[in-house]
Design a protein. Structure first.
Length: 200
């Protein structure tokens, strides 16, 4: 398969890329480095990236950001960070990316445990993740050409444990093999409109 992985150099992305690169043609996209560059907040940038890659069998997005802060400190602009990047960036990737997929291709988006089990300082991130979960279920009812759209929703991953453990007291870090398997399930499986939750 020809697979585009957006965020393929990140903590999760590099493990997912290493797996798929064993038996597939993998193209890595990133904001500052990669085989192609993309800013997912910019629809023109998404289109330019996809024009460069040509037809794909799968698109995997492991990118997007949201502001973490106490609710009373979040401004409207702070909320728009997550809305423009992680939410609409991934929505636009589906909206535009479907036109660059082969028949029965797939798109995998990324969210996280905060949609279902938020912690302090994550009002914006939790809102965005929950929005993507609803989007996935709805778009699967309408998207054409046999294209499948799923989301992988992860808990705190093992490789980011030291950085984020204080935000997630009592949470069990997710082993990276489980993380990779979630993306394998989305790309190689037959599920559509699924939120693949790996929380423990």
């Amino acid at each position: 398969m020809k697979i585009l992985i957006i965020g393929g150099h990140g903590t999760i992305g590099k493990k997912v890329t290493a797996h798929f690169a064993q038996h597939n043609q993998v193209i890595i996209a990133g904001r500052t480095k990669g085989d192609v560059l993309v800013d997912i907040e910019d629809t023109a940038s998404i289109t330019k990236m996809l024009e460069q890659t040509g037809k794909l069998d799968a698109i995997v997005c492991i990118a997007g950001e949201a502001k973490w802060a106490n609710f009373n400190d979040l401004t409207e602009d702070d909320f728009h960070v997550g809305l423009n990047s992680k939410l609409m960036g991934q929505v636009n990737l589906v909206r535009i990316g479907q036109n660059y997929l082969t028949q029965k291709g797939s798109i995998t988006l990324s969210t996280g445990i905060l949609a279902d089990d938020p912690v302090a300082m994550t009002t914006s991130a939790a809102m965005v993740n929950g929005g993507i979960h609803s989007f996935i279920q709805a778009v699967a009812l309408e998207i054409e050409s046999g294209i499948r759209v799923n989301a992988v929703s992860l808990g705190m991953v093992e490789d980011a444990y030291e950085k984020y453990k204080d935000f997630f007291p009592g949470h069990n870090p997710i082993p990276m093999n489980k993380v990779v398997n979630a993306y394998i399930r989305s790309v190689n499986g037959k599920g559509n409109g699924e939120v693949i939750r790996i929380y423990d």
